[in-house]
Design a protein around this ligand. Structure first.
Ligand SMILES: C[S@@+](CC[C@H](N)C(=O)[O-])C[C@H]1O[C@@H](n2cnc3c(N)ncnc32)[C@H](O)[C@@H]1O
Length: 235
Protein backbone atom coordinates (compact mmCIF):
# COMPACT_ATOMS: atom_id res chain seq x y z
CA UNK A 1 0.00 0.00 0.00
CA UNK A 2 3.00 2.36 -0.35
CA UNK A 3 1.36 4.05 -3.32
CA UNK A 4 -1.58 5.25 -1.16
CA UNK A 5 -1.67 8.88 -0.05
CA UNK A 6 -4.29 10.67 2.11
CA UNK A 7 -5.94 13.71 0.48
CA UNK A 8 -8.45 16.26 1.80
CA UNK A 9 -11.52 16.74 -0.42
CA UNK A 10 -13.84 19.69 -1.05
CA UNK A 11 -16.14 19.08 1.93
CA UNK A 12 -13.24 18.69 4.37
CA UNK A 13 -13.47 14.88 4.49
CA UNK A 14 -10.45 12.83 3.50
CA UNK A 15 -10.03 10.27 0.77
CA UNK A 16 -7.17 8.11 -0.49
CA UNK A 17 -5.18 8.68 -3.63
CA UNK A 18 -3.87 5.60 -5.42
CA UNK A 19 -0.65 6.93 -6.95
CA UNK A 20 -0.01 3.97 -9.26
CA UNK A 21 -3.48 4.26 -10.79
CA UNK A 22 -3.49 8.06 -10.49
CA UNK A 23 -6.99 7.77 -9.05
CA UNK A 24 -8.88 8.82 -5.90
CA UNK A 25 -11.13 6.52 -3.88
CA UNK A 26 -13.87 9.19 -3.78
CA UNK A 27 -14.72 12.47 -5.47
CA UNK A 28 -12.18 15.20 -4.76
CA UNK A 29 -15.18 17.58 -4.51
CA UNK A 30 -16.27 15.84 -1.30
CA UNK A 31 -15.74 12.21 -0.29
CA UNK A 32 -18.39 12.11 2.41
CA UNK A 33 -20.85 14.16 0.35
CA UNK A 34 -20.45 11.78 -2.60
CA UNK A 35 -20.90 8.69 -0.46
CA UNK A 36 -24.05 10.06 1.18
CA UNK A 37 -25.49 11.34 -2.12
CA UNK A 38 -24.80 8.36 -4.38
CA UNK A 39 -24.99 5.30 -2.17
CA UNK A 40 -27.15 6.31 0.80
CA UNK A 41 -29.59 8.76 -0.78
CA UNK A 42 -29.89 7.17 -4.26
CA UNK A 43 -29.14 3.60 -3.12
CA UNK A 44 -30.44 2.55 0.27
CA UNK A 45 -32.94 5.38 0.89
CA UNK A 46 -34.34 5.33 -2.66
CA UNK A 47 -34.81 1.56 -2.56
CA UNK A 48 -36.26 1.62 0.96
CA UNK A 49 -38.78 4.30 0.05
CA UNK A 50 -39.97 2.29 -2.95
CA UNK A 51 -41.35 -0.46 -0.73
CA UNK A 52 -40.72 0.17 2.98
CA UNK A 53 -38.85 -3.11 3.22
CA UNK A 54 -37.79 -4.29 6.63
CA UNK A 55 -34.93 -6.46 5.33
CA UNK A 56 -32.49 -5.42 2.61
CA UNK A 57 -29.38 -7.15 1.31
CA UNK A 58 -26.57 -5.15 -0.23
CA UNK A 59 -23.46 -6.10 -2.20
CA UNK A 60 -20.67 -3.54 -2.35
CA UNK A 61 -18.07 -3.92 -5.07
CA UNK A 62 -14.98 -2.15 -3.68
CA UNK A 63 -15.13 -1.76 0.14
CA UNK A 64 -12.10 0.60 0.17
CA UNK A 65 -12.14 2.80 3.27
CA UNK A 66 -15.46 1.29 4.44
CA UNK A 67 -17.18 4.68 4.32
CA UNK A 68 -20.20 3.45 2.31
CA UNK A 69 -20.58 0.45 4.59
CA UNK A 70 -20.38 2.53 7.78
CA UNK A 71 -22.93 5.08 6.54
CA UNK A 72 -25.22 2.21 5.53
CA UNK A 73 -24.93 0.57 8.94
CA UNK A 74 -25.84 3.81 10.65
CA UNK A 75 -28.74 4.42 8.22
CA UNK A 76 -30.09 0.89 8.77
CA UNK A 77 -30.40 1.69 12.46
CA UNK A 78 -32.23 4.94 11.65
CA UNK A 79 -34.63 3.18 9.24
CA UNK A 80 -35.12 0.27 11.66
CA UNK A 81 -34.46 -2.04 8.73
CA UNK A 82 -32.25 -5.11 8.85
CA UNK A 83 -29.42 -4.86 6.32
CA UNK A 84 -27.29 -7.83 5.28
CA UNK A 85 -24.14 -6.35 3.77
CA UNK A 86 -21.53 -8.18 1.72
CA UNK A 87 -18.43 -6.31 0.54
CA UNK A 88 -15.75 -7.37 -1.92
CA UNK A 89 -12.24 -5.96 -1.70
CA UNK A 90 -8.99 -7.12 -3.26
CA UNK A 91 -6.62 -4.66 -1.54
CA UNK A 92 -7.75 -4.02 2.06
CA UNK A 93 -6.77 -0.58 3.33
CA UNK A 94 -4.21 -0.66 6.12
CA UNK A 95 -5.74 0.29 9.49
CA UNK A 96 -2.92 2.83 10.22
CA UNK A 97 -3.95 4.73 7.10
CA UNK A 98 -7.60 4.60 8.11
CA UNK A 99 -6.75 5.99 11.54
CA UNK A 100 -4.92 8.91 9.92
CA UNK A 101 -7.99 9.79 7.83
CA UNK A 102 -9.58 11.32 10.96
CA UNK A 103 -13.10 10.24 10.08
CA UNK A 104 -13.94 10.67 13.77
CA UNK A 105 -13.85 14.44 13.11
CA UNK A 106 -16.43 14.42 10.30
CA UNK A 107 -18.73 11.46 10.99
CA UNK A 108 -21.37 11.28 13.72
CA UNK A 109 -20.42 9.18 16.74
CA UNK A 110 -22.74 6.41 15.49
CA UNK A 111 -21.19 6.44 12.00
CA UNK A 112 -17.65 6.41 13.33
CA UNK A 113 -18.45 3.50 15.65
CA UNK A 114 -19.87 1.70 12.61
CA UNK A 115 -16.64 2.34 10.67
CA UNK A 116 -14.58 0.92 13.51
CA UNK A 117 -16.73 -2.22 13.58
CA UNK A 118 -16.47 -2.60 9.80
CA UNK A 119 -12.68 -2.54 10.00
CA UNK A 120 -12.29 -4.75 13.03
CA UNK A 121 -14.58 -7.44 11.55
CA UNK A 122 -12.92 -10.69 10.49
CA UNK A 123 -12.61 -11.39 6.79
CA UNK A 124 -14.61 -14.19 5.17
CA UNK A 125 -16.96 -14.49 8.17
CA UNK A 126 -20.45 -12.95 8.51
CA UNK A 127 -20.77 -11.03 11.77
CA UNK A 128 -23.62 -9.22 13.48
CA UNK A 129 -22.01 -5.81 13.94
CA UNK A 130 -25.22 -4.16 15.18
CA UNK A 131 -28.84 -5.14 15.89
CA UNK A 132 -29.84 -4.09 12.36
CA UNK A 133 -26.67 -4.98 10.48
CA UNK A 134 -24.88 -8.15 9.48
CA UNK A 135 -21.59 -7.78 7.65
CA UNK A 136 -19.40 -10.03 5.52
CA UNK A 137 -16.22 -8.83 3.84
CA UNK A 138 -14.59 -11.02 1.25
CA UNK A 139 -11.03 -10.63 0.05
CA UNK A 140 -11.78 -11.70 -3.51
CA UNK A 141 -12.07 -9.98 -6.88
CA UNK A 142 -15.57 -9.44 -8.21
CA UNK A 143 -14.53 -11.48 -11.24
CA UNK A 144 -14.25 -14.58 -8.98
CA UNK A 145 -17.35 -13.90 -6.86
CA UNK A 146 -20.02 -16.53 -7.28
CA UNK A 147 -23.09 -15.76 -5.22
CA UNK A 148 -25.91 -18.08 -4.31
CA UNK A 149 -27.46 -15.21 -2.34
CA UNK A 150 -29.50 -12.58 -4.16
CA UNK A 151 -29.23 -8.87 -3.39
CA UNK A 152 -31.63 -5.94 -3.36
CA UNK A 153 -28.94 -3.35 -4.03
CA UNK A 154 -25.45 -3.37 -5.54
CA UNK A 155 -23.15 -0.46 -4.72
CA UNK A 156 -20.90 -0.47 -7.79
CA UNK A 157 -17.95 1.56 -6.49
CA UNK A 158 -15.00 0.48 -8.63
CA UNK A 159 -12.24 2.85 -9.71
CA UNK A 160 -13.15 4.78 -12.87
CA UNK A 161 -13.57 2.86 -16.16
CA UNK A 162 -10.50 4.47 -17.73
CA UNK A 163 -8.37 3.47 -14.71
CA UNK A 164 -9.63 -0.07 -14.20
CA UNK A 165 -11.43 -1.13 -17.41
CA UNK A 166 -11.46 -4.79 -16.35
CA UNK A 167 -14.08 -3.85 -13.71
CA UNK A 168 -16.49 -2.32 -16.24
CA UNK A 169 -17.22 -5.22 -18.56
CA UNK A 170 -20.52 -6.55 -19.83
CA UNK A 171 -19.64 -9.88 -18.21
CA UNK A 172 -19.46 -8.25 -14.76
CA UNK A 173 -22.67 -6.26 -15.36
CA UNK A 174 -24.41 -9.48 -16.45
CA UNK A 175 -23.27 -11.14 -13.19
CA UNK A 176 -24.59 -8.12 -11.24
CA UNK A 177 -27.92 -8.45 -13.08
CA UNK A 178 -28.10 -12.13 -12.12
CA UNK A 179 -27.17 -11.42 -8.48
CA UNK A 180 -30.03 -8.93 -8.04
CA UNK A 181 -33.61 -9.83 -7.22
CA UNK A 182 -36.22 -8.57 -9.75
CA UNK A 183 -36.77 -4.90 -8.87
CA UNK A 184 -33.29 -4.69 -7.36
CA UNK A 185 -30.97 -1.81 -8.22
CA UNK A 186 -27.34 -1.22 -9.10
CA UNK A 187 -26.14 2.24 -8.13
CA UNK A 188 -22.96 3.98 -9.28
CA UNK A 189 -21.36 7.40 -9.30
CA UNK A 190 -20.48 6.77 -12.95
CA UNK A 191 -22.73 8.13 -15.71
CA UNK A 192 -20.57 7.40 -18.76
CA UNK A 193 -22.47 6.59 -21.97
CA UNK A 194 -20.70 3.26 -22.53
CA UNK A 195 -21.49 2.15 -18.96
CA UNK A 196 -25.19 2.93 -19.41
CA UNK A 197 -25.30 1.22 -22.83
CA UNK A 198 -23.64 -1.90 -21.39
CA UNK A 199 -26.09 -1.97 -18.47
CA UNK A 200 -29.00 -1.75 -20.91
CA UNK A 201 -27.59 -4.48 -23.10
CA UNK A 202 -27.57 -6.96 -20.21
CA UNK A 203 -31.20 -6.14 -19.36
CA UNK A 204 -31.24 -3.22 -16.90
CA UNK A 205 -33.58 -0.22 -17.09
CA UNK A 206 -31.17 2.68 -16.69
CA UNK A 207 -32.11 5.87 -14.87
CA UNK A 208 -30.01 8.94 -14.34
CA UNK A 209 -30.10 11.24 -11.33
CA UNK A 210 -28.28 14.48 -10.57
CA UNK A 211 -24.76 13.66 -9.40
CA UNK A 212 -22.95 14.85 -6.27
CA UNK A 213 -20.94 18.12 -6.41
CA UNK A 214 -18.62 18.11 -9.44
CA UNK A 215 -20.67 15.53 -11.38
CA UNK A 216 -23.69 16.29 -13.54
CA UNK A 217 -25.23 12.84 -13.29
CA UNK A 218 -25.06 9.46 -11.61
CA UNK A 219 -26.68 6.11 -12.47
CA UNK A 220 -29.30 3.86 -10.94
CA UNK A 221 -29.95 0.69 -12.98
CA UNK A 222 -33.08 -1.29 -12.16
CA UNK A 223 -33.52 -5.00 -12.83
CA UNK A 224 -37.03 -5.17 -14.31
CA UNK A 225 -39.58 -7.19 -12.37
CA UNK A 226 -40.61 -8.89 -15.61
CA UNK A 227 -37.37 -9.28 -17.55
CA UNK A 228 -37.44 -9.45 -21.32
CA UNK A 229 -34.62 -11.27 -23.00
CA UNK A 230 -31.96 -8.58 -23.62
CA UNK A 231 -31.94 -9.65 -27.30
CA UNK A 232 -35.56 -8.61 -27.80
CA UNK A 233 -35.19 -5.26 -26.02
CA UNK A 234 -34.86 -2.68 -28.77
CA UNK A 235 -34.88 0.48 -26.61
C1 LIG B 1 -13.28 3.63 -5.66
S1 LIG B 1 -12.53 2.54 -4.50
C2 LIG B 1 -13.88 2.15 -3.42
C3 LIG B 1 -14.19 3.20 -2.39
C4 LIG B 1 -14.97 2.63 -1.25
N1 LIG B 1 -16.30 2.18 -1.61
C5 LIG B 1 -14.99 3.55 -0.06
O1 LIG B 1 -16.09 3.87 0.46
O2 LIG B 1 -13.90 3.92 0.37
C6 LIG B 1 -12.44 1.04 -5.43
C7 LIG B 1 -12.07 -0.17 -4.59
O3 LIG B 1 -12.19 -1.34 -5.40
C8 LIG B 1 -11.17 -2.23 -5.00
N2 LIG B 1 -10.97 -3.21 -6.09
C9 LIG B 1 -10.06 -3.16 -7.09
N3 LIG B 1 -10.17 -4.23 -7.89
C10 LIG B 1 -11.20 -4.97 -7.39
C11 LIG B 1 -11.80 -6.21 -7.78
N4 LIG B 1 -11.38 -6.86 -8.87
N5 LIG B 1 -12.83 -6.69 -7.04
C12 LIG B 1 -13.26 -6.02 -5.95
N6 LIG B 1 -12.72 -4.84 -5.52
C13 LIG B 1 -11.71 -4.33 -6.24
C14 LIG B 1 -9.99 -1.32 -4.77
O4 LIG B 1 -8.98 -1.93 -4.01
C15 LIG B 1 -10.64 -0.14 -4.09
O5 LIG B 1 -10.64 -0.29 -2.69
Amino acid sequence: MDSIVIKTTGDGSKTLFHAKLNEHYHSIHGALTESRHVFIQHGLSLYYSSGMRNEISILEIGLGTGLNAALTMSKADELITRVHYTALETHPVNSDILFQMEYDKILSTKEFEALTLIHSADWEKRVETAPFFSFLKLNIPVQDFDSKEHFDIIYFDAFAPEKQPEMWTEAIFKSCFDWLIPGGILVSYCAKGQFKRDLKSVGFDVKKYPGPPGKREMTVAVKPIFSESPDTNTD
